[in-house]
Design a protein. Sequence first.
Length: 84
Amino acid sequence: MRPLPQLRRPTKIALVLFALTAAAVAFGAPAHAETAVQRRACKGDVLFLCGKYIPRRGAIVRCLVRHLDDLSPACRAVFEGRLR
């Protein structure tokens, strides 16, 4: 199997934001509920806790679920539907 090509930073960030949307949907938030505020709330958590899984969306979502107790208060609020 060939290794994945290195992605540029803007591409990685876009994939992270896509994963955040998927995570919000997985936790019951409607897809249209994702906002810039929600993306900013979880961006650091994804990069710090789950960055090694980028660009694999499903793996990022599973990682965030495993680290739910480690998420920042703002990102946890997104997953709990308290931050819209």
